[in-house]
Design a protein around this ligand. Structure first.
Ligand SMILES: Nc1ncnc2c1ncn2[C@@H]1O[C@H](COP(=O)(O)OP(=O)(O)OP(=O)(O)O)[C@@H](O)[C@H]1O
Length: 254
C-alpha cells in the first residue's frame, strides 16, 4: 500500500548532540504504531520535526506522497497530519463543544467567523454532538473544561484531533496521568479510531503499547534500533541494552 506518511533520513542536532540521527519511517493507512524509547531518546524532538514545530537539519517528511518539510505546522494539519491537542492547551473556561466546534470550523475554513455563531450552525452542532457522543462526552458537552475529570479532558483531546479529520494522527502518551479507573475509556476510544487512520502513538506504558500497537518502533539515542512486531520487541537484544543502559545512567546520575 502507498504510504500515507513517510520520514526519510531525518536529522537534527542540538549543539554537537545528534538528537534525531538519520531516522526513516513509513506508515500506511490503518497502521497502529507505537513509538517507544528510554527517556531522552529523542521522541519529542522527532514528533516536533514531523509536525513542523521544529526544523530538521536535513531529511524529508511526506504526507500522502507530498513533501511537506518546508510547510509549517498549520499547513501540515490541513494536509491531514494532526497531533492530539494537549490537555495543557485546552481552555479551562471553554466547553468541550466549543473546543470541537472550533476545530470543525477550522477544518471547514470558517474559523474566521464570529465564534459564538456556531450554536446556530446545524451542520457544526451535529458533528460536535456526534463526535462527543462517540467519546462518551455528550452529557458534558456544555460544561467548562475545568469542571470535567482529567480522563475526560484527555478524551476531549482526541475529539478535537478527530474533528480535524486527520489521515495521520500522532498521540502523545494518551493515557498518561489518567487514573486507572478511567484508562479503559481511553483504550476504548483508541480501539474505536477510524480504521483507515494511520496512528503513531508515543507511549511509556508497555501494557497499553501491547494492546494497541501492531508494530513497535524503538528510538534510542536519536536512532531507530528496532521496527517490528510487539512480540519480537522484548526479545531484541539491542532494545534490552538500550533500556538497561538508560536505567544504569539514571541510577548513576541519581
Ligand atoms: N531545544 C533543545 N536544545 C538542546 N537540547 C535539546 C533540545 N531539545 C531536546 N534536547 C535534548 O535532546 C535529547 C532528546 O530529548 P527529547 O525530549 O526529544 O527526548 P524524549 O525521548 O522525548 O524524552 P522523554 O521520554 O524523557 O520525554 C535530550 O538529551 C534533550 O536534552
Amino acid at each position: 500500500m502507498q504510504p500515507i506518511f513517510e520520514v526519510r533520513n531525518l536529522k537534527r542536532a542540538f549543539g554537537g548532540l545528534a538528537v534525531t540521527n538519520d531516522v526513516s519511517l513509513s506508515m500506511a493507512p490503518g497502521d497502529r504504531v507505537a513509538l517507544i524509547g528510554p527517556n531522552g531518546a529523542g521522541k519529542t524532538t522527532f514528533v516536533n520535526l514531523v509536525t513542523g514545530n521544529l526544523k530538521p537539519d536535513s531529511g524529508e517528511v511526506r504526507i500522502g506522497g507530498e513533501v511537506v518539510t518546508g510547510i509549517d505546522a498549520i499547513g501540515r494539519v490541513r494536509r491531514g497530519l494532526v497531533r492530539s491537542f494537549q490537555v495543557t492547551r485546552l481552555f479551562a473556561d471553554m466547553t468541550p463543544s466549543e473546543h470541537v466546534a472550533l476545530a470543525v470550523l477550522q477544518r471547514t475554513g470558517r474559523a474566521g467567523r464570529l465564534f459564538g455563531n456556531f450554536l446556530g450552525m446545524p451542520d457544526v452542532m451535529a458533528e460536535v454532538a456526534d463526535l462527543l457522543g462517540k467519546l462518551g462526552l455528550r452529557e458534558l458537552m456544555h460544561r467548562k473544561v475545568s469542571e470535567i475529570a482529567y480522563g475526560q479532558q484527555r478524551l476531549l483531546e482526541i475529539a478535537v484531533a478527530l474533528a480535524l479529520k486527520p489521515r495521520v494522527l500522532l498521540l502523545d502518551e494518551p493515557a498518561a496521568g489518567v487514573p486507572q479507573s478511567d484508562t479503559g475509556r481511553i483504550e476504548q476510544a483508541l480501539a474505536d479510531l477510524p480504521a483507515d487512520l494511520a496512528v503513531l502513538m508515543i507511549e511509556h506504558d508497555m501494557d497499553l503499547v501491547f494492546r494497541f500497537a501492531k508494530r513497535v518502533v524503538v528510538l534510542a539515542a536519536g536512532a531507530i534500533i528496532f521496527d517490528g512486531s510487539p512480540s519480537d520487541v522484548t526479545k531484541d537484544l539491542r532494545v534490552r541494552e538500550a533500556y538497561l543502559g538508560s536505567y544504569a545512567n539514571a541510577s548513576h546520575a541519581a
